[in-house]
Design a protein. Structure first.
Length: 346
C-alpha cells in the first residue's frame, strides 16, 4: 500500500476551474504557489484530482522565480482560472523535449488514472529556491458535463537544511505514434495529412509540430514509423541517450486507450541490456510509477529505448475511421515515459 505524504503544504489554484463541454479535450495550466521564502526540499507529493471522472492526466512543472512574470501575464490574459496550454506550460518552459526540461522549467511529477502518491528515499527530494512555484497542466476530458474542479497538490517538506538533500531529476523519453487505418477502413481522415490538419484545428498549430517533431527526434519520418498489421496492431520505438545520469529511483509509462504493451529497455541489444519496465497488458486505469528491485545507476553513455504497441480494435466502432497520431486528446495516442534519478552531491 502506498504511503501518503505528510500534508505540510496543500496547494490549489486561486479558484476552481470551470470548463465547458464545448471543448472536449481541455488543457489548462494552473499556478500553484508553495510560497517558498528560503531553500526548501519536497520529500513527498500527491496530486489529488477533485473531479476524478474528468481529469485525464496532470503534469507538474517546477518553475523558477524568473518565470513568474511571464506566467502571470499569460494567466491574466486568459479569462477564468489559469490559462489554456497545449504541449507545455509556455512562458519559457515545458515544451516538447526528450528531457522534460527547458530554461527555468522542469517536469517534476505527474498523475494519471491509477497513479499513487510519491515519497522519495531518505535525504533526497525536489529542491525549491525562494520564489519557485509550480504550474500544473491538467488535461480535462469533458463529454456530458463539465463541473468546476479544484484539484490539489499535497507536499511533504523535508526537515533541516535543504543543502543536505540530493536533488531528484525527472526526465521524459518519448516515441512517435503513427497508427494508420486498416485496409478495410475508409474515410477522409484516413490520410495522415487530413488527420494532422484536424488536430491543428482542434488544438492549434502546436499539435502537428509535436507529431512531426517526435519523428525528427527519433530519426524517422511519419511514413517510416507508420505500421499496422492484419490484426490491427501498430508498434513504435525510439532510443534516447540518458539525459539525467544518477541512481534510478522510478520509471513510469503512459499511453492512452488504444495501448496494448509498453516496454523500456536500458542499453538494448548489448551485453548490458536490462529491461527496466515491461507491461504486457496495458490498462489505462492502472498507471503506476515503478521502483527498481535492484540498484541501477544510469550514466551519460547509457541508452534508453521506449517501445509501445496499440490495438486499433479498441477504437469505438461508431467513431469515424482516422489515422491516429501523437497528440494529447484522449482519442489520440502517446508513447511517453518518465524516469526519476538522483545524482549524489559531489
Amino acid at each position: 500500500m502506498a504511503l501518503h505524504p505528510r500534508a505540510d503544504k496543500t496547494l490549489t489554484a486561486e479558484a476552481p476551474y470551470q470548463g465547458s463541454t464545448s471543448k472536449t479535450n481541455d488543457y489548462r495550466c494552473l499556478v500553484m504557489d508553495p510560497q517558498v521564502t528560503k531553500p526548501t526540499v519536497v520529500t513527498g507529493y500527491e496530486f489529488v484530482p477533485d473531479k476524478n471522472e474528468f481529469v485525464h492526466h496532470a503534469l507538474v512543472y517546477r518553475m523558477s522565480a524568473d518565470r513568474r512574470k511571464g506566467i502571470d501575464e499569460r494567466d491574466a490574459a486568459d479569462p477564468g482560472t489559469g490559462y489554456e496550454c497545449f504541449g507545455g506550460v509556455g512562458a519559457g518552459g515545458g515544451g516538447l523535449s526528450p528531457s522534460g526540461r527547458s530554461r527555468g522549467s522542469s517536469l517534476v511529477a505527474g498523475w494519471a488514472p491509477g497513479g499513487l502518491p510519491g515519497r522519495y528515499p531518505d535525504n533526497t527530494g525536489l529542491k525549491l529556491e525562494p520564489g519557485d512555484f509550480f504550474v500544473t497542466q491538467i488535461h480535462y476530458h469533458y463529454v456530458h458535463a463539465a463541473p468546476p474542479d479544484q484539484s490539489e497538490l499535497v507536499l511533504q517538506v523535508g526537515e533541516g537544511d535543504a543543502a543536505d538533500y540530493d536533488d531528484v531529476q525527472v526526465s521524459q523519453y518519448l516515441a512517435p505514434a503513427e497508427i494508420p487505418c486498416m485496409p478495410d477502413e475508409k474515410g477522409p481522415l484516413c490520410t495522415r495529412e487530413a488527420a494532422v490538419k484536424a488536430l491543428g484545428e482542434e488544438f492549434g498549430p502546436a499539435a502537428p509540430i509535436i507529431a512531426d517533431g517526435l519523428n525528427a527526434i527519433c530519426g524517422s519520418t511519419p511514413e517510416e514509423t507508420a505500421n499496422v498489421d492484419a490484426n490491427g496492431i501498430s508498434t513504435t520505438g525510439c532510443e534516447h541517450q540518458v539525459s539525467s545520469p544518477g541512481k534510478l529511483l522510478s520509471v513510469n509509462g503512459h499511453m492512452h486507450e488504444l495501448g496494448r504493451t509498453f516496454r523500456m529497455t536500458l542499453n538494448p541489444d548489448t551485453p548490458d541490456e536490462k529491461i527496466l519496465l515491461d507491461i504486457d497488458r496495458w490498462d489505462f486505469n492502472w498507471q503506476f510509477s515503478y521502483v527498481p528491485k535492484e540498484d541501477i545507476t544510469l550514466t551519460k553513455d547509457d541508452v534508453i529505448k521506449v517501445e509501445c504497441s496499440w490495438d486499433r480494435n479498441l477504437i469505438n466502432p461508431q467513431a469515424e475511421p482516422r489515422w491516429v497520431t501523437w497528440s494529447e486528446g484522449t482519442e489520440d495516442e502517446m508513447c511517453f515515459s518518465t524516469v526519476a534519478t538522483v545524482k549524489p552531491r559531489e
